[in-house]
Ligand binder design. Structure first.
Ligand SMILES: Cc1ncc(C[n+]2csc(CCOP(=O)(O)OP(=O)(O)O)c2C)c(N)n1
Length: 331
């Protein structure tokens, strides 16, 4: 779902709500199955689910178009799916299969899809910030009105690259949107343990980047903040910083013992669940009825069933593919 498929510049519950619910439900189903695949031995290495955080990727992507760039992080499947990646090919990549977007050689943390503007999920914390800023510089130099988004976590705000990118983007007026998914943890460290000033918005402001806090569990609020940032970037008014308050329901990765938080805290955040909230809004405002909500929930399961079937049936890449896709002219 992108703004190209909508006609509004603010999120319209009746027009945009059902598709946002559909997409968030599909991402939830997709991400919820990952720990099971790890246990089955289908995923080599670590993978980081974003269950609970769906409203950020879906809300931001709603304001984007296909030619805009997105640089993601290690918790990046939702960013890809929300920007239009096919669930089957995304899962095939995560499972290391040849029908994955990178031929199964990248895995969860290297999903790049040039034609969708996806510059890649990324295992180096903070690295996407520099990539998106570079993509924004390229768009500016080429005279397009495309924008670039960098998604990163609260932990990544302590990487030096963010200070450099904020500054360059501000003085060069770059069309880049910095999106911090503040899920309150970096692996097992809380934000308050990591920084003396947890009001992250102030970091952007300090560099002259217009910065806003947004409820990251509310897709409508995220969409509207993203639309405003995109409008500014496309019209040559430079960068924005969006700090989305959100939470991951599952562990940092499969096998996380989660001793750094209580079950009560997790339950409390589930009370703000972005999918349940949007479903209730749609019901209360008579946009959808119970039966239609059930159809959307069932459709998400069907999509992910299909993706799973496709990915599991895909063969592992042949050894001969090891030296392809290593450079632009070596496809
Ligand atoms: C440069 C770098 N340092 C450390 C790590 C190890 N590491 C992987 S994920 C992670 C936590 C990142 O936290 P955050 O940016 O808040 O994202 P979240 O996992 O909460 O989504 C760390 C420290 C890494 N991958 N790269």
């Amino acid at each position: 779902m992108t703004a190209e498929t909508t006609t509004s510049t603010t999120f319209d519950l009746e027009m945009d709500g059902p598709s946002a619910l559909e997409l968030m439900s599909t991402i939830r189903e997709f991400e919820s199955r990952l720990p099971g695949y790890s246990e089955e031995g289908l995923i080599r290495g670590s993978t980081h689910p974003s269950v609970g955080m769906e409203a950020v990727a879906v809300g931001v992507s709603w304001a984007l178009r296909a030619s805009d760039s997105v640089a993601s992080n290690h918790r990046g499947h939702a960013h890809c799916l929300a920007k239009g990646a096919d669930a089957g090919r995304t899962l095939a990549e995560i499972l290391g299969r040849s029908d994955g977007y990178c031929g199964g050689k990248g895995g969860s943390m290297h999903i790049g899809v040039k034609e969708l503007g996806l510059l890649g999920t990324n295992g180096i914390v903070g690295a996407g910030i520099g990539l998106a800023t570079g993509a924004a510089l390229a768009a500016q130099a080429q005279g397009t009105d495309d924008v670039a988004v960098a998604y990163f976590g609260d932990g990544a705000t302590n990487q030096g690259v963010l200070a450099e990118a904020f500054n360059l983007a501000a003085i060069w007026n770059l069309p880049v949107i910095f999106v911090c998914e503040n899920n309150h943890f970096a692996q097992s460290a809380t934000l308050e343990e990591m920084v003396a000033q947890p009001d992250l918005r102030r970091r952007g402001e300090a560099y002259g980047v217009p910065s806003v806090d947004v409820d990251g569990m509310d897709v409508e609020a995220v969409s509207n903040a993203a639309a405003e940032a995109v409008r500014r970037a496309r019209s040559g008014q430079g960068p924005s910083f969006i700090v989305a308050d959100t939470y991951r329901y599952l562990g940092h990765m499969a096998g996380d013992t989660e001793i750094y938080r209580t079950a009560e805290q997790v339950e409390q955040w589930k009370g703000r669940d972005p999918i349940a909230r949007l479903a209730k809004k749609l019901l209360d405002s008579n946009v959808l009825d119970e039966a239609q909500l059930n159809v959307i929930a069932a459709a998400a399961v069907t999509v992910v069933d299909g993706a799973e079937e496709f990915a599991k049936a895909s063969p592992y890449p042949d050894v001969s593919s090891a030296f392809t896709q290593v450079s632009e002219d070596n496809r």
